[in-house]
Ligand binder design. Sequence first.
Ligand code: 5GP
Length: 120
Amino acid sequence: MSDNDTIFGKIIRREIPATIVYEDDEILGFNDVSPQAPAHVLFIPKNTVIPTLDDAEPGDAALLGRLMLAAAEYARRQGFHQNGYRVVMNCREDAGQTVFHLHLHLLAGAPLGHFGAIGR
Ligand code: 5GP
């Protein structure tokens, strides 16, 4: 367990339950406990904790790319690629980041509207 341990570390270690929908050597995907769309999956690195996107370094480029590709692969498997989907990564307070283990949100399954509203 590292100093950067979060609730997502517990999910990786199966210490708390989550509905895991995607897993490979580097990435875990599980349903968000508070879904904001019919499908809302979080993709996280399993073997390293990067607290925020702002903490990512050039050496993390491949891992960041794999997070995107894992989301795209999952979306394709589920058929979400046909109508589309959204991926989002929140960074720190103004974006509403609450878990400081970098993660990519995949939102899908319905028209999502346009985002960008301030102060909601
Ligand atoms: P953030 O706001 O940091 O970008 O996203 C964190 C997400 O983690 C939120 O959407 C929140 O609902 C989700 N979350 C927080 N705690 C848990 C948990 O214990 N289990 C699961 N599956 N999701 C969680």
